[in-house]
Design a protein around this ligand. Structure first.
Ligand code: ZN
Length: 189
């Protein structure tokens, strides 16, 4: 584990959500930080998500800005869909489809083969499209932890998942409630 990975988990339930979650504390401007700004993070992320098998690509820094743009478009589409973002995503998608290939097996699985770092953008665009186009998009929730902002797919039977991680934001909230309760129970002087 390197430092740039600390506190990050692949817990979105979909690669597009794990991409969105590369921003930590998105809803708390005083604490927000973007892991894509860490020099080694993207290469590590691509290797650990299996998007780029084998050796990490060394020139990952070249795609940071376009990747951030894609990530923020996907985030906005998931939390507050807006026509301008739909159009912008549609343009990215058309470009990605132009590069996509599929094996001659049904159902066709269109993917962008990654032979150079720039291919990561269209590949992730198709991945995001897989989430945005299907009913799973309705299962996307934003963690209720104050300031957290991480997104995840709520696959619980009664759609009751509230936290990105019960050990992390869930624990913090339990501690907060416990603290409040214990203060309320203290006898007044
Ligand atoms: Zn959280």
């Amino acid at each position: 584990m390197t430092d740039s990975w600390r506190g990050y988990e692949l817990l979105g339930g979909h690669l597009a959500l794990d991409l969105v979650n590369t921003v930590s504390w998105r809803l708390d401007p005083a604490k927000t930080f973007d892991r894509l700004d860490a020099p080694d993070f993207l290469a590590l992320w691509l290797a650990r998500t299996g998007l780029v098998p084998g050796d990490p690509l060394t020139d990952a820094a070249d795609v940071i800005d376009p990747l951030k743009e894609l990530r923020e478009t996907v985030y906005r589409l998931l939390v507050a869909t807006d026509q301008a973002d739909v159009i912008s995503f549609g343009e990215r998608l058309a470009a990605a489809r132009g590069l996509a290939v599929a094996e001659a097996t049904l159902p066709l699985q269109w993917t962008v083969p990654i032979t150079r770092i720039a291919d990561v953008i269209p590949a992730l665009t198709l991945t995001a499209d897989d989430l945005l186009r299907y009913p799973d998009a309705a299962l996307v929730r934003q963690c209720l932890g104050p300031g957290c902002g991480w997104l995840f797919l709520d696959r619980t039977r009664n759609h009751s998942r509230q936290w990105c991680s019960s050990q992390d934001c869930g624990n913090r909230e339990r501690a907060r409630r416990h603290y409040r309760r214990s203060r309320e129970q203290q006898p007044a002087d």
